[in-house]
Design a binder for this molecule. Structure first.
Ligand code: G3P
Ligand code: MG
Length: 250
């Protein structure tokens, strides 16, 4: 069974606000969302920051690798102007602060561990340790619905997260499901697979559910497609179009 929300705002607030910012979270809240997906990578000094790209330049000014900058440098960067001058005050969020903001507002989190290449294990370990520290009481309560779900395309990051905090639920992110998705998911102790909806078929969806795994899709932006996927047994998905597909979508 899927204990988590069905409809999740992608990168904070989808495409209605600058991705992976506090403004995106506020936008999601305005649309009634209490479930969010966002991406975390590590600074040079080992601090989690909420960013999607490992290279600067697209959503923040500058160039070069995120792994070459300290957290102080990264969290000073303007993360909103690329989207609109109205968001020029947005900064790259510190992961711990972002998580605390969500927790205080009861926003469920799908935290995507997004390592800079070469930093897979360190990123998985740091993210899991931070979540474990922030959710000690919820881990003790043993109710998975109260816990964030960690996901990653990186098996090494997920393995490190498992080693650091085995109690936290993990999902394996895969573009198209490879032939050995069952074995890979089992090796990581994953509770779910997260996959690109474009490659999913009704038979594959059934196989994932029959294997006892949760099935989550990214990134579903058309209501008709969303209905089709839910009809195939997909448990949930993230969306960029929080204006078209609301939290109560069915
Ligand atoms: O976690 C699902 C989705 O966010 C994966 O793709 O590139 O948007 O992080 P991306
Ligand atoms: Mg993501």
């Amino acid at each position: 069974m899927w204990p988590y929300p069905k409809i999740v705002a992608h990168r904070g607030g989808g495409t209605l606000a600058p991705e992976n910012t506090f403004a995106a979270l506020r936008c999601g809240l305005d649309y009634g969302f209490r479930a969010v997906e966002f991406d975390v990578m590590l600074s040079r000094d080992g601090v989690g920051v909420v960013l999607h790209d490992d290279q600067l330049g697209r959503t923040v000014a500058g160039s070069g690798s995120v792994a070459e900058r300290t957290a102080a440098e990264l969290t000073a960067l303007d993360a909103g102007s690329w989207f609109s001058p109205l968001f020029a005050d947005e900064r790259v969020p510190d992961f711990g602060q972002f998580m605390a903001y969500c927790k205080a507002r009861r926003i469920w989190m799908n935290i995507e561990i997004k390592p800079v290449p070469g930093h897979e294990r360190a990123t998985g370990r740091a993210v899991a340790a931070a979540v474990r520290a922030g959710f000690g009481a919820e881990i003790a309560a043993g109710d998975p619905a109260q816990l964030p779900l960690l996901s990653s395309f990186s098996a090494a990051a997920l393995a490190a997260a498992r080693d650091a905090a085995p109690q936290l639920p993990r999902a394996y992110l895969l573009d198209a499901l490879p032939a050995d998705w069952r074995a890979q998911s089992a090796a990581l102790g994953a509770v779910a697979v997260h996959t690109n909806h474009r490659h999913l078929t009704p038979a594959l969806a059934r196989a994932v559910k029959d294997a006892g795994l949760g099935l989550f899709c990214y990134t579903v932006n058309e209501p008709e497609r969303a209905r089709t996927l839910l009809g195939w047994g997909v448990d949930g998905f993230c969306t960029d179009r929080i204006d078209l597909i609301g939290p109560a979508f069915a």
